[in-house]
Design a protein around this ligand. Sequence first.
Ligand SMILES: Nc1ncnc2c1ncn2[C@@H]1O[C@H](COP(=O)(O)OP(=O)(O)OP(=O)(O)O)[C@@H](O)[C@H]1O
Length: 336
Amino acid sequence: MSIQVRAVRKRFGAFTALDDVSVDVPTGGLTALLGPSGGGKSTLLRVIAGLETPDGGEVLIDGLPATHLPVRERDVGFVFQHYAAFKHLTVYRNVAFGLEIRRRPAGEIRDRVGELLRLVRLEQFADRLPAQLSGGQRQRMALARALAVEPRVLLLDEPFGALDAQVRKELREWLRRLHDEVRVTTVFVTHDQEEALEVADEIVVVNQGRVEQTGPPDELYDRPATEFVMRFLGPTTRLGDALVRPHDIDVRLDGVGVPGRVDRLSRVGFEVRAHVDCDGQQVMVTLDRTRAAALDLAPGRAVSLVATSIGDPARPGTTRPISAGTGASGAAEFHP
Ligand SMILES: Nc1ncnc2c1ncn2[C@@H]1O[C@H](COP(=O)(O)OP(=O)(O)OP(=O)(O)O)[C@@H](O)[C@H]1O
């Protein structure tokens, strides 16, 4: 089921939470709403769900007007950050709940719940109570429960937000695989750019109530439309006036480019980070350790730096340097 959000506005008193927001969610896609805290992601998700009515604009579900359609008629499944399970019911009964209240035949419920517990890898925990599960297992139960009634859309608001980094990482790989298997149109909210880049087919960057850019992860990373998007999606550094990714700078010894001197080197696994002083400007460059060794980089070494730029067909996919002053003016500084 596809979802279209057209020019939606939402105010809370004098505060504009969504300002002329348009988003297309394709059928069967996995779309991330990504942005900083307070940017309007949850409000947008709630408008899609029917939990908030927009002040202007419209929502179309499968091409039909749905702006004023009640939540229960939208066929959506939800999972929130802190999932409220029925504490006194087993995992099995929690997942079966939606089917039981719809009075589905016992055999059908058994088959469906069995299938879902397998999908979320909780078969062996069917008889436990929610309190006897880890946080990650509870969120997987929440997803199984949301999927039980076969919603046409799955809406996830920071579903892994309360979990620690390692579990989050596992769950996002798992979410990707689950989605590939069930293919239900899914929209999930996250403020974690790595989560969005790794999991989503399409990312909508939401900031200060507006959509900054929409596109597949690679496109946003390699061709950010604004300085805000560029900063939000990955590390950046300035070289002269240009804002570039640290791995899109060539370190040279032939004097071509901006002259500088290596200040400091640090190794992080396979990556070497070089801090280069270019006439007072600190430029950060990342390169792999093979390249760093070939250049014989060491503090004090004279080098020169060249930003590799997009639009050069010899180097497809590299980031175009964004000149100072372009893009979202006044966008908050953000260093993931
Ligand atoms: N019911 C409400 N009444 C008043 N203000 C609200 C209400 N809901 C949200 N807001 C405000 O709207 C803005 C956007 O909130 P929203 O929850 O959509 O942001 P978000 O991008 O999801 O942020 P977070 O990641 O912190 O949840 C915030 O400034 C918030 O305080």
